[in-house]
Design a protein around this ligand. Structure first.
Ligand SMILES: [Zn+2]
Length: 366
C-alpha cells in the first residue's frame, strides 16, 4: 500500500507566470503515474492552452471530482515525502491526503494585501495583469471540494443591465457550504444590504472565493481551512430574495465566471490548471455565452423596448392638439392661431392646402 505513495511528488502550488513546460511535465508525475511521453498529447487540450504556445501535461487539464470527506474512522496515518502532509487511511478502504494547518498557512499568498475588511484587498487594475497566464488550482495532493450543488438561478455577468459578480445557487436554508480549496479565511462578517453573512477565503493557489447570504458563519478571519471544511450554512441574509448561495471566484481581487473552473452540474473541477486571460474579467466574457440568462436578458430588453414605445405613444397622444373648424376659418387662420404652419397641419391630417374645410371638421393642429 505504501508503495503507491512512494512516488508522490509535489507540484508548486502557485504558478504566477506561464510555467516552464519541461518543469511542469516532470513535476506533474504523481501517484497517478503519468508518463512523460503521454504528457504532451493534444488529447482534449482546450484551445486556450494551445494558444499559449507551451506544452501542458494532460494531468493539468484532467477534471477532478469533488473530494469526499469520509465519515469513516481513520485506521492508519502514513507519512509522505513532504513534512506536513500525511495520508489518512479509512476503514472503508478510502484514503485522502491530510495537510497540517502549518503547511497550509506557510504560503506567500497570505503575506501581502491581507485585509479582513475590504472585499478587494489588491486594488490592482485589470490592465496590470498579463494577457494570458496560468494557475495551478490544485497540486498533486488534490485538495478540491465543490462549494455546494443546486439549481443555478443566476449566472455571472450582466443581469438586467447590472453586473453580477458571482453565481447564484438555490439552496434550502441551512445547507452546509464547503471550502473549495485549502486556504485562510480573510473576511467573515455581516454585510448589511449586500452580501449579508459573508465569508471570503484566500486559497493557497492565489484565488479567492466569496460565499454570500449565509444564515450562519462557521469561521473567523485568520482561520485555516481545508478543502471540504464546512465554513457555514446557506441562508437569505443581505440583499437576497430567497435562500441561495452567492458564490464568487476572484483573482487579484477581480471576479471571473466561476463556471470557468467548476462544473456546477456535477461539482467537478474542470481542470487542475487554469488558464486565465485578461478578458475573462470583462463582465461580458462568460463561460457559456448562450445560457438561458442571456435569452432572458434579450427578452427583458424586448419587453422594455415595447414598454418604452407604448409610453412614447402615450406621451405623443397627450401632446396632440385638435381644433374644430368654425364658420369663416381657413387653414392660414388656424395655423396662426396655434403658432404652426399650413404645411404642418396638412401633413398631420393628410390634406392639401387647397382642401375645402367643412365646418365642424376636427383637425389635428399639433
Ligand atoms: Zn448573486
Amino acid at each position: 500500500m505504501t508503495g503507491l505513495f512512494m512516488t508522490l511528488l509535489l507540484l508548486p502550488l502557485q504558478v504566477a507566470a506561464v510555467p516552464d513546460s519541461t518543469v511542469a511535465a516532470e513535476a506533474v508525475q504523481d501517484s497517478t503515474a503519468v508518463r512523460n511521453d503521454t504528457l504532451l498529447t493534444e488529447d482534449g487540450l482546450p484551445d486556450s492552452v494551445i494558444v499559449l504556445g507551451h506544452r501542458v501535461p494532460v494531468y493539468a487539464i484532467r477534471p477532478m471530482a469533488s473530494e469526499k470527506v469520509s465519515a469513516s474512522n481513520v485506521i492508519d496515518t502514513l507519512p509522505t515525502s513532504v513534512p506536513g502532509v500525511k495520508v489518512l487511511l479509512y476503514n472503508d478502504n478510502t484514503w485522502r491526503y491530510s495537510k497540517t494547518d502549518e503547511y497550509i498557512a506557510d504560503n506567500a499568498v497570505f503575506a501581502d494585501n491581507w485585509d479582513s475588511e475590504n472585499f478587494n484587498a489588491y486594488r490592482s487594475p485589470v490592465d496590470s495583469l498579463p494577457e494570458t497566464w496560468s494557475v495551478w488550482l490544485v497540486d498533486s495532493l488534490g485538495s478540491y471540494h465543490m462549494p455546494q450543488i443546486g439549481r443555478v438561478t443566476s449566472k455571472w455577468g450582466y443581469r438586467h443591465g447590472r453586473r453580477h459578480q458571482g453565481i447564484d445557487i438555490s439552496l434550502p436554508n441551512g445547507t452546509p457550504l464547503f471550502a473549495v480549496f485549502d486556504g485562510k479565511v480573510r473576511i467573515s462578517k455581516s454585510v448589511k444590504g449586500g452580501y449579508g453573512n459573508l465569508v471570503v477565503i484566500r486559497h493557497n493557489n492565489g484565488l479567492e472565493t466569496f460565499y454570500g447570504h449565509m444564515s450562519r458563519r462557521n469561521v473567523k478571519p485568520g482561520d485555516i481551512v481545508h478543502a471540504g471544511d464546512t465554513i457555514g450554512f446557506s441562508g437569505n441574509t443581505g440583499r437576497s430574495t430567497g435562500p441561495h448561495l452567492h458564490f464568487e471566484t476572484r483573482y487579484q481581487g477581480l471576479t471571473f465566471d466561476p463556471q470557468r473552473i467548476i462544473n456546477f452540474e456535477n461539482g467537478d473541477l474542470r481542470q487542475r490548471m487554469m488558464v486565465l486571460k485578461r478578458r475573462y474579467f470583462d463582465a461580458s466574457s462568460c463561460y457559456d455565452q448562450d445560457f438561458d440568462e442571456e435569452f432572458l436578458l434579450v427578452e427583458d430588453d424586448a419587453r422594455a423596448l415595447e414598454e418604452k414605445k407604448k409610453k412614447d405613444a402615450e406621451e405623443a397622444r397627450k401632446a396632440m392638439v385638435y381644433h374644430k373648424v368654425r364658420s369663416g376659418e381657413n387653414l392660414g387662420l388656424i395655423a396662426r392661431k396655434y403658432h404652426t404652419t399650413v404645411n404642418s397641419i396638412c401633413r398631420l391630417n393628410g390634406i392639401k392646402s387647397t382642401t375645402i374645410l367643412r365646418i365642424g371638421r376636427t383637425l389635428r393642429v399639433r
